[in-house]
Write a protein of this length. Structure first.
Length: 169
């Protein structure tokens, strides 16, 4: 059974390392994915990258179930696993939304990101594919992929916004 792991906090140096590609697609990887999902859910996050639990590999888990009062405006995001992800296309349209981070508690930064992306990705069985993400899923993917290159929300300029949008990623 998967157990929750500790979330690494800034300024731990592992958060600044470039993560290595996943090369072994086996039961150990699947177990780590399960542990990351348990950890993310327990922390009430919507995404978690492996460097945030002390593993410098290119692995991300994402999932979001809207609260009852959000169900009319925000679509749920089913469990999504990113392995060795690479953005291959981004929209020109951008949105400014306040982001938080499980590894940088207490900091909320307004970040300008593309509204949609196409991502080259690998399934847990090693099969490569491309998928499209827009809206909240696109934002979460981009935020978590930043962790794979050692970039954090504190590295972005905090652009002022009149919007009341926020997400803890």
């Amino acid at each position: 059974m998967a157990k929750p792991l500790s979330i690494i906090k800034y300024p731990d140096p592992i958060l600044r390392r470039k993560a290595k590609p996943v090369v072994r697609f086996n039961s150990d990887l699947n177990h780590l994915i399960d542990e990351m999902l348990v950890t993310m859910r327990r922390a009430e996050g919507v995404g978690l990258a492996a460097p945030q639990i002390g593993k410098s590999i290119q692995l991300i888990v994402i999932e979001y179930t809207p609260a009852p009062d959000e169900a009319d405006t925000i679509k749920p995001i089913p469990t999504t696993i990113l392995i060795n992800p690479k953005i291959v296309q981004s929209s020109e349209a951008l949105s400014l939304i306040e982001e938080g981070c499980l590894s940088v508690p207490g900091q909320d930064i307004n970040i300008l990101r593309p509204d949609s992306v196409k991502i080259e990705n690998t399934r847990p069985n090693g099969e490569k594919y491309i998928f499209s993400a827009d809206g909240l899923l696109a934002r979460i993917c981009q935020h978590e992929m930043d962790h794979l290159i050692g970039k954090l929300i504190v590295d972005y300029p905090n652009i002022s916004s009149s919007k009341e949008n926020s997400a803890i990623l």
